[in-house]
Design a protein around this ligand. Structure first.
Ligand SMILES: NC(=O)c1ccc[n+]([C@@H]2O[C@H](COP(=O)([O-])OP(=O)(O)OC[C@H]3O[C@@H](n4cnc5c(N)ncnc54)[C@H](O)[C@@H]3O)[C@@H](O)[C@H]2O)c1
Length: 270
């Protein structure tokens, strides 16, 4: 028995990095998983990894910056797997620039991908999370089980981070929205929590070579790693483990919190 047997989960941004690790971990725990990513090739790679490990999976290439796309993704999930229990809002992107050089396009893209996808995906899921729980409560006095929403925020939203006005605004928004949603959805036995990773080895933190849009200069990478009490950066699985806990019944009495997963970040809040 896996602790997510019979559960159905959507994981956004699951083609790479942390989202891929979350999809694999939730499937290993027994969930049927929808791998959502705007990039087709990595999304299908993740799905193949899930399948090869014996899991049940489908792929969604929806860009949920668009609400109609989010609704289609959720409908396809329910058509394929019969229901939806878990939403992991993990999609994210960076476009770093010092504040005085930041323009509208960089601000809007980062807010859209980190915050609006979470808004739309969660909104589209309401008929299958909130409404289904409401009907169960009406019929039986309680929801059949706790349904779960998690978000990937960032410790940068807790500490601030030079060059990330757009990103920290979005990730701070995620933390605040998590608290509000937890209060609204608690009466329906829906837990809403966030994970705030520190420095995780993915393409967002890979050494930046030349003019790439993602990544971090090597000197900054080393500085960030030197601030970690445990002495090394995280792997995506370190973050996936915490999402897996938060979407399982092991955390049924935790809601509205943001858990820093930083290895003990010196001088920060994690
Ligand atoms: N890597 C870190 O150190 C770190 C630290 C804190 C928070 N985070 C957060 O973790 C999450 C995952 O980041 P990662 O490091 O794995 O990055 P990543 O770039 O490896 O993976 C992110 C995935 O999201 C996808 N994506 C982009 N826009 C999308 C959209 N509109 N809809 C669906 N998918 C979309 C990308 O194609 C990519 O596959 C992000 O929210 C990120 O902000 C990462």
């Amino acid at each position: 028995m896996g602790r997510l047997d019979d559960r159905v989960a959507i994981v956004t941004g699951a083609g790479r990095g942390i989202g891929r690790a979350i999809a694999l971990r939730l499937a290993a725990d027994g969930a049927k998983v929808v791998v959502n990513d705007v990039d087709a090739e990595p999304a299908h790679e993740t799905a193949d990894l899930v399948k090869n490990a014996g899991g049940e999976v489908s792929v969604s290439l929806a860009n949920t910056v668009d609400l109609a796309a989010a609704k289609e993704m959720v409908q396809a999930t329910v058509d394929t797997f019969g229901k939806l229990d878990i939403v992991v809002n993990n999609a994210g992107i960076t476009r770093d620039k010092m504040f005085h050089s930041m323009d509208d396009a960089m601000f809007d893209l980062v807010i859209d991908v980190n915050l609006k996808t979470a808004f739309h995906t969660t909104l589209a899921a309401m008929p299958y999370l909130r409404e289904v729980a409401k009907a169960e409560i009406k019929a039986n006095g309680r929801a059949a089980y706790n349904r779960k929403i998690t978000m990937t925020s960032s410790v940068a939203a807790l500490t601030g981070n030079p060059g990330q006005f757009n990103y920290t605004a979005a990730k701070g928004g995620i933390i605040a929205a998590t608290k509000t949603l937890a209060r609204e959805l608690g009466p329906f036995s829906i837990n809403v929590n966030a994970v705030a990773p520190g420095f995780v080895e993915t393409r967002l933190t890979a050494p930046k070579e030349g003019g790439g849009e993602l990544g971090i200069p090597e000197q900054m990478r080393q500085l960030a790693i030197s601030m970690i009490s445990l002495g090394h950066s995280a792997q995506p699985e370190d973050i996936a483990n915490v999402h897996a806990f938060l979407v399982s019944s092991d955390s049924d009495f935790i809601s509205g919190v943001t858990i820093p997963v930083t290895g003990g970040q010196l001088g920060g809040m994690g």
